[in-house]
Ligand binder design. Structure first.
Ligand code: RAT
Ligand code: ZN
Length: 427
């Protein structure tokens, strides 16, 4: 991608800003968190690697907006309609009847235009025909090219039967899809995971006994190796309560997950701040957020300094404290502007703060894409948003007499957004 494709207004006339814009536009990126899957894993059309306009429009980010403009709709009744009918209604309500002004609405329009489709269309016929006529492999190639990505991290859950079947069957790995072992289903809401784990031969019991902890740790080490995962990840509520809380998930995190990360020498990603199912009627669109107790996170980091933690927080108001914690604990790498923060205003603010407090030692963004084509608009937009905060800082450096050339900018950006996860040596 060139800078002029990314910034249709053309060059800014400021040579440092133009240099940063060019380098960000052309940078090969590793997307550290998505919900996408290696195409070779197969699975039903509506599971694993999702593609196409019907999946794009039924993304839960749009559904939350649909239920706002159609308060008469019953979410449970809507959820059982055929996917195409759901997508038709989203298109009519959010793209035809009114301007798609929200972040995700504007993103879809940018995507359609990038694919040569019409964002003003009265219906989805053209977009569906495009999807029907495009071979899946060709679509993956085109999306990676349009988004400028070299690899994306998946979110892999061995307790999901469809996913597990693919791993057990074995498949020809596409090196662009990197595994990340997701832990939510194995440690949250204990003892719910017990039956699923036992069905896999993991010898856990309902109590958090030594036997349970040892078996769970073995499960994590085993699956991490089997998937050749690059890290483990879990999403957590806002309040960690470390070390005093007796929440089962915290016990399991400390006694099984962190020792497994240490044994594997792999980073552990904590995605903190989600309040699941604030409105359960909305399904996946029903999760909310809350501010994080970063002091508890600091205690966790202090007690486990030999383990690398990749951390993203959902609440805007916790971002500054996270940056300060990262200055105290080198085993913390902040990553991404997650979910409700994945928009221009938040990325601009958070990136400026991180650059000022941490220099080039964090991962500025991830996409969280759930549908393949979302990579295109999420990354084109993120590259654009990151330009101003980076350019401002390089411009100031240049003005203070420090040499800023293409090589310098490329090296920093590659370390931050490439496969090294934020430019710090791994533990
Ligand atoms: O952004 C999302 O799609 C959320 O639903 C979550 O998946 C979140 O990103 C997560 O990974 O828990
Ligand atoms: Zn996610």
């Amino acid at each position: 991608m060139t800078a002029s494709e990314l910034h249709p207004g053309g060059p800014s006339g400021d040579s440092t800003a133009d240099l940063v814009a060019q380098e960000l536009a052309a940078l090969p990126i590793t997307d550290v968190h998505t919900h996408l899957f290696d195409p070779a894993m197969g699975g039903p059309a509506d599971r694993l690697l999702l593609t196409g306009i019907d999946e794009l429009l039924t993304y839960h980010y749009h559904l939350a907006e649909l239920f706002r403009v159609r308060r008469d709709l019953d979410p449970e009744e809507f959820a059982v309609r055929p996917r195409a009918a759901q997508a038709d209604l989203v298109w009519q309500e959010l793209f035809v009847a009114r301007a798609p002004l929200s972040e995700v609405g504007r993103g879809v329009c940018e995507l359609l235009t990038a694919l040569g489709l019409d964002p003003n269309a009265a219906d989805l016929a053209e977009a569906r025909a495009f999807h029907r006529d495009t071979d899946r492999e060709a679509l993956v190639d085109r999306v990676f090219e349009l988004a400028g990505l070299t690899e994306v991290c998946m979110t892999n859950d061995p307790l999901d039967g469809i996913e597990r079947a693919a791993w057990e069957r074995g498949f020809d790995r596409d090196p662009r899809f990197v595994a990340a072992l997701r832990l939510d289903s194995a440690i949250m809401n204990w003892p719910q995971p017990v039956a699923g784990l036992r069905a896999l031969g993991v010898d856990v019991e309902e109590t958090l006994s030594e036997r349970t902890v040892t078996a769970l740790r073995g499960y994590l080490v085993d699956w991490h190796r089997r998937m050749d995962a690059r890290y483990m990840a879990v999403s957590l509520p806002p309040i960690l309560g470390y070390p005093d809380s007796d929440a089962n998930w915290l016990q399991l995190l400390v006694r099984a997950v962190i020792p497994a990360a240490r044994e594997l020498g792999t980073p552990l990603a904590l995605m903190i701040g989600v309040r699941r199912q604030v409105n359960p009627r909305l399904g996946m669109a029903g999760d909310g957020l809350g501010p994080t107790d970063v002091e508890a996170l600091e205690r966790l980091l202090a007690d486990h300094q030999d383990v690398r933690f990749l951390v993203t927080l959902l609440a805007r108001e916790s971002q500054h404290a996270l940056c300060v914690a990262a200055r105290k604990f080198a085993n913390l790498t902040p990553f991404g502007c997650w979910w409700f923060l994945n928009n221009e205003a938040m990325v601009d603010e958070i990136t400026r703060m991180r650059l000022d407090l941490l220099g080039p030692s964090f991962v500025p963004q991830h996409s969280d894409a759930r549908v393949l084509e979302q990579l295109v608009f999420k990354w084109r937009r993120s590259r654009r948003w990151l330009t101003a905060p980076f350019a401002a800082r390089y411009r100031e450096l240049a003005a203070s007499g420090r040499r800023v050339d293409r090589e310098v900018v490329r090296q920093d950006l590659t370390a931050m957004l490439g496969r090294g996860f934020g430019g710090q040596a791994s533990s």
